[in-house]
Design a protein around this ligand. Sequence first.
Ligand code: NI
Length: 153
Amino acid sequence: MAVLKIVEVGDPLLRKVSRPVEEITPRVLTLLDDMVETMHKHDGCGLAAVQVGVLRRIVVIETVPGEIHELINPRIVAYAGHQEEAEGCLSIPGKAGITSRPAAVTVRALNRKGEEVELTGTELLARAICHECDHLDGKLFTDVQIRSLDEED
Ligand code: NI
């Protein structure tokens, strides 16, 4: 496993739309492992492949220590309610903001075995699912924040 370099805001790659994974190859599995290690190294609770320079629809999320969700080709299929809470991003170091997100989100994806999985999250997990899926469409939390938490802004 390896810690990968994180692409930071200002790099046009973060604004690109990621492509679906067509086949779960050994390369995809290595990428998943490396993304988890990179997320851990930076104490993040989620990471999208584009953030390590790979334009594929892959995200990893860990909002509860030890509960790692590896989602390939994730798509949000249901959402409910509303929450306004703080959010940050490993690609936007030092910044945080309050975002408007659904209170609960259900996502469907493939796991590393190619099996269809469904995950429903509330609170932080719902925010993380939305945040990471947004990355796959070139969107950043600063696009949906309703208030910056940075003093200089
Ligand atoms: Ni992010």
